[in-house]
Design a protein around this ligand. Structure first.
Ligand code: G1P
Length: 273
């Protein structure tokens, strides 16, 4: 059973400055909902009830968002605006939020390791809120179904244009089932010449608790940061890691183009509802 979902949310969001100067990038909205709430809703849909959020300095708005605002409740109660709070009330009522702070910015691998105190000794999911996904069956739900069968770490993958490999972790592997690869190689952000394929890792992972020991032994890699890609590659060499080509849409909301695309997509979708 996957009961917890980790959200690394300590990054600076420099690509969205000045908007992210005093506002966490995870709180930037697509329409009226912050990015991280889309992620939390995807986890809830996958039957996960504990959200473990790794934050950093300047990220307190995330904690306030997933809490009741008594002034607001008081102001809005009984008015015709009350329904605006329904969705976030449902989220708050259906799960528990736990937090820890990453004190040193040493990369995604380090942020995941900082989450160990919140996760403990059990398998868990990871969502990078920048990667906004939409599918009739949530991406995490799809991955948990695969985890229940194979009981090993899984990364979500997607084909990307060949000249964009230096923006992603890239995998190589053998197709073993419908859209499922046993991973034989993983490289963090290789140049197109060095990339073995165009199969990119997207911000959804199912990890097993031994990842924490592996991360402790993983040396800083690309950009001098501890990379989850390198730790998972180590696990792929010693055991089995799967790459799952998920069914659904994904927007890179860490980039302005992806953010605008997601905004247009969800606006269109809302107009047809
Ligand atoms: C991170 C990972 C990378 C992965 C990407 C997905 O990179 O390090 O392997 O492909 O997320 O969004 P970031 O986008 O944080 O630089």
């Amino acid at each position: 059973m996957i009961k917890k979902c980790l959200f690394p949310a300590a990054g600076y969001g420099t690509r969205f400055l000045p908007a992210t100067k005093a506002t966490p990038k995870e709180m930037l909205p697509i329409l009226t909902k912050p990015l991280i709430q889309y992620g939390v809703e995807e986890a809830i849909e996958a039957n996960i009830k504990t959200m473990a959020i790794v934050t950093g300095r300047g990220k307190r708005a995330i904690e306030d968002h997933f809490d009741i605002s008594y002034e607001l409740e008081h102001q809005i109660k009984g008015s015709n605006k009350e329904h605006y709070l329904n969705e976030i009330r449902d989220v708050i009522n259906s799960c528990t939020f736990t937090y820890t702070r990453q004190t040193k910015m040493m990369g995604l691998g380090n942020a995941i390791l900082e989450g160990e105190a919140l996760i403990g000794d059990e398998p868990f999911a990871v969502i990078l809120a920048d990667d906004l996904c939409d599918a009739p069956i949530g991406i995490l739900s799809q991955m948990i179904k695969i985890y229940n069968k194979y009981q090993c770490p899984i990364v979500a993958i997607q084909e990307i244009p060949e000249d964009k490999t230096d923006k992603y972790g890239i995998i190589d592997g053998k197709l073993v089932d419908d859209n499922l690869y046993i991973i034989s190689n993983m490289i963090e952000k290789p140049s197109p010449q060095d990339a073995p394929t165009n199969l990119a890792i997207i911000g959804r992972y199912i990890l097993t608790p031994d990842i924490f020991d592996t991360l402790r032994d993983t040396k800083a890699g690309k950009n001098g940061e501890v990379q989850i890609t390198d730790a998972l590659y180590q696990q792929a060499k010693n055991g089995m890691v799967l790459g799952y080509k998920f069914k659904g849409k994904r927007f890179d909301c860490g980039s302005i183009d992806g953010f605008v695309e997601a905004t247009n997509y969800f606006y269109q979708k809302k107009s047809f509802q």
